[in-house]
Design a protein around this ligand. Structure first.
Ligand code: DSN
Length: 415
């Protein structure tokens, strides 16, 4: 950062401090990761300087001969990795990607169904404060009150009553695998568009550690910075099944992104996505994706041995949701205490949470970033022990902080 340090030492200092924080802490927010230096070189490149409104071969500005090659490369890599027919790599992130799906397939006031936010769904899947419930008729589905799992029969029954035109599947806090075939059966029975939002699990899907929704759904949206380990960004994919249902679907999606919602695509971001897609196609990434899940399962078992109560009693993906009610601490207080000890997680509602959303009863944690640093099952046992010490005894925080600092030295950030 020689130039930045000289020209803007304040910003350089903040980046240095954040680098040090990341190096010496355990990043366990399940939607975060450590991108590779190659991804960040593309992201920090000269490509940030150009406007490229339009699509390859049909742009509104000059000087874009290399940008067309770049965007096509990115699209081809995504098509191969996810086995889809069409990809739009221009969404700025996940919410704009989902907005474009609404714009492409629904008219204002038409009906959408999605998993409710407090049950692990996403804001853009029709939650009441979001545009998706303000401009469309949103009906939400829930998880079962006892098991906290999706009850596929109940969802199918509700879908057949509500008859949505668009149905979302995807979550930010669901620790289990989706049964895409059953969800497709529900959506197909009423002729709804089925959209899978795989933002959290895209890396697991790419690496073969979670079943792919592609054979079952019409549309797939994702962010690129979570388990996929790229730069912040988004993508929309259209499947063969999607084009069979609606031959115009790919065109509708592209028109919804530009000129419907966005202006010039962030070409430096698209370059970073292309790099991450190349990385995600390697055997090493497949191993990484599988290790994320192995680590999450090992961590879940170790946490349970300390009496932690896990939503759905465990995990089958990259994340764990802890119900802290038996530990006499709120999610917020636990998050603060863990942060002081050097573990970053987030407070989170648990399904049917009796506590208010800003003071929820749970915490959400995940293994994508610590797996990137090379941690394995053995380290998960140690990490569970730290959770237990910090949550059961406030006085242990300082000592745990020192232990984590020294532990982190053995697991450097990607170089
Ligand atoms: N903000 C993301 C997450 O943390 O899960 C969802 O968009």
């Amino acid at each position: 950062m020689a130039k930045l340090k000289k020209q803007d030492p304040q910003i350089a200092k903040l980046i240095e401090l954040e680098t040090e924080r990341q190096k010496t802490s355990l990043e366990m927010i399940p939607s975060e990761n450590h991108s590779s230096p190659a991804v960040r070189e593309a992201l920090g490149s000269i490509l940030t300087d150009k406007y490229a409104e339009g699509y390859p071969g049909k742009r509104y500005y000059s000087g874009l001969q290399y940008y067309d090659i770049l965007e096509n490369l990115c699209i081809d890599r995504a098509k191969k990795l996810f086995h889809v027919e069409h990809v739009n790599v221009q969404p700025y992130s996940g919410s704009p990607a989902n907005q474009a799906v609404y714009l492409a397939v629904l008219n204002p006031g038409e009906t959408v169904m999605g998993l409710a936010l407090p049950m692990g769904g996403h804001l853009t899947h029709g939650w009441k404060v979001n545009f998706s419930a303000k401009f469309f008729n949103s009906v939400q589905y829930v998880v079962d009150e006892k098991t906290n799992l999706i009850d596929y029969e109940a969802v199918k029954k509700q879908v057949q009553e509500v008859k949505p035109k668009l149905m979302w599947v995807g979550a930010t806090a669901y620790p289990r695998v989706f049964d895409w075939a059953k969800l497709a059966e529900a959506a197909d029975s009423v002729g709804a568009y089925l959209a899978a939002d795989i933002a959290h699990i895209a890396g697991l899907v790419a690496g073969g550690a979670h079943p792919s929704p592609v054979p079952y759904v019409h549309i797939v949206t994702t962010t690129t910075h979570k388990t996929l380990r790229g730069p912040r960004g988004g993508m929309i994919m259209v499947t063969k099944k999607g084009l069979e249902k609606d031959p115009e679907l790919a065109k509708k999606i592209d028109k919804a992104i530009f000129p419907g919602l966005q202006g010039g695509p962030h070409m430096h971001q698209i370059a970073g996505i292309a790099v991450c897609l190349k990385e995600a196609a390697t055997p090493a990434f497949k191993k990484y994706a599988k290790q994320i899940v192995k680590n999450a399962k090992a961590l879940a078992e170790a946490l349970k041995s300390y009496g932690f109560k896990l939503v759905t009693d465990g995990t089958a993906n990259h994340l764990i949701l802890i119900d802290l009610r038996n530990k006499n601490i709120s999610g917020g207080d636990a998050a603060t205490r863990l942060e002081e000890a050097g573990i970053t997680i987030n407070k989170n509602t648990i399904p049917y949470d009796p506590a208010p959303p800003f003071k929820p009863s749970g915490i959400r944690l995940g293994t994508p970033a610590i797996t990137t640093r090379g941690m394995k099952e053995k380290e998960m046992k140690k990490i569970a022990e730290w959770y237990n010490r910090v949550i059961s005894d406030e006085k242990s925080v300082k000592k745990v902080r020192e232990e984590i600092k020294s532990f982190c030295k053995k697991f450097p950030l990607p170089k």
